[in-house]
Design a protein around this ligand. Structure first.
Ligand SMILES: Cc1ncc(COP(=O)(O)O)c(C=O)c1O
Length: 392
């Protein structure tokens, strides 16, 4: 079959490829510790699972409206108004199978060939993949390691102009765990408002934040007609396999996105959506428990990575990833990640899986047990001590 030309521009998410490589090694009898994939290792809270089962038993096994079930759109709007300070109505909410489709739909809806899109680099690889796929011009904005991986707001603001069609932000940030301070968000909001540029604010890790309060750019003056918030249930409620996310955006845009969804998937699974209503409205203690455990693991992995020759490590402020600098080992990011998988039995991702500015780093997800983290750190340290200083 002859593939379309545009397909050559489509990127991917390396985490899934590394997972397959790791599983192949395991099938051959090798032990691998999985620090590559970005999903909580916790179970979905029991009361949410029960709500999903009850919905299935009650017959929630049919198509639903493209934009999402009215009860869930209402619950998301209420949650957003209460937690983000973004005045949302159900008409502004579109429920999608995971948060990812919001990126796809928004970039499809807003970007024409030749249009510029600003996005964080290193950053979630699907942003750049989708921008290129549509024929847009990706304009990467660096994260500043010396400022705990805050986005370089000055660089972003200086690059906003008449050709900019979209700004993508992600805070707390994958892969670094960095965030954007309120002053930075204000500066970005004012640049976006000046040129009338929409902002896709990926806040999927908003509730996995260890220091301070999450502030959404959507709550800032001038952003009402321009902000699209992406969030979902995958990370906050450990529901990756339920495929549940949403976007909050101006109501006319929500209609456009719902139309794209009609073309792509028709709707999000109905019983999943009913479980999501329970997740939002029910007991939130599971979120706090998960975060407390992530914080403990973050501190443990950071302290131990700092003991490895050639590694330095910024303490992340949110999400469940660390992005140590490995330049001092003498290895490139890809080579170190490959060696750690093949020879040390630790699966992680090369920093370059998140864009060109990820060179010099690897990403470890600490969504794994303390025992596995301790074993992984022992293996990494052992391997680096034997192979450091030699560029492969
Ligand atoms: C920054 C970021 N945004 C969005 C997503 C998508 O999550 P979902 O599984 O809900 O599609 C992820 C998942 O890894 C992510 O890291």
């Amino acid at each position: 079959m002859k593939l379309s030309e545009r397909l050559a521009r489509l990127g991917t998410e390396t985490a899934f490829e590394v997972l397959v490589r790791a599983r192949t090694l395991e099938a051959k009898g090798r032990s691998v510790i999985h620090l590559e994939i970005g999903e909580p290792d916790f179970d979905t809270p029991a009361h949410v699972v029960e709500a999903g089962i009850a919905a299935l038993k009650a017959g929630a096994t049919h198509y639903g409206p493209a934009a999402g079930l009215p009860e869930l759109r209402q619950a998301v709007a209420e949650d957003s108004t209460a937690r983000r300070g973004v005045k949302a109505t159900p008409e502004m909410v579109v429920v999608t199978p995971g948060g990812k489709p919001i990126m796809f739909y928004l970039i499809l809806a807003l970007v024409d060939p030749g249009d510029e899109v600003l996005y964080p680099n290193p950053g979630f690889p699907i942003y750049e993949s989708m921008i290129r796929y549509i024929g847009g011009v990706p304009v990467p904005v660096r994260l500043l390691e010396e400022k705990k991986f805050e986005l370089d707001v000055d660089q972003l603001v200086s690059r906003v102009g008449p050709k900019t069609r979209l700004i993508i932000l992600n805070y707390p940030h994958n892969p670094t765990g960095g965030t954007i301070p309120e002053s930075g968000l204000r500066a970005i909001a004012s640049a976006a408002a000046k040129y009338g540029v929409p902002v896709l604010s990926d806040e999927i890790y908003a509730r996995i934040l260890y220091d301070g309060q999450h502030t959404s750019i959507a709550s800032m003056p001038g952003m009402e007609p321009l902000a699209i918030v992406l969030d979902g249930f995958s990370k906050t409620y450990a529901m990756t396999g339920w495929r549940l996310g949403y976007g909050i955006m101006p109501a006319p845009m929500a209609q456009v996105v719902a139309k794209l969804q009609t073309n792509a998937t028709s709707c999000t699974a109905t019983f999943s959506q009913m479980a999501a209503v329970t997740a939002l409205r029910g007991d939130q203690s599971s979120v706090e428990r998960m975060n407390a455990e992530f914080r403990r693991r973050r501190d443990f992995i950071v302290e131990n990575l700092r003991q490895i020759p050639g590694f330095t490590c910024v303490r992340p402020r949110g999400a469940f990833y660390v992005f140590p600098n490995i330049v001092g080992t003498g290895h490139s990011s890809k080579s170190l990640a490959d060696h750690l998988l093949d020879e040390a039995g630790v699966a992680c991702l090369s920093g370059t899986a998140f864009g060109e500015f990820g060179e010099g780093h690897v990403r470890f997800s600490y969504a794994n047990s303390m025992d596995n983290l301790a074993e992984a750190l022992k293996r990494i340290k052992g391997w680096v001590e034997n192979h450091g200083g030699r560029r492969a």
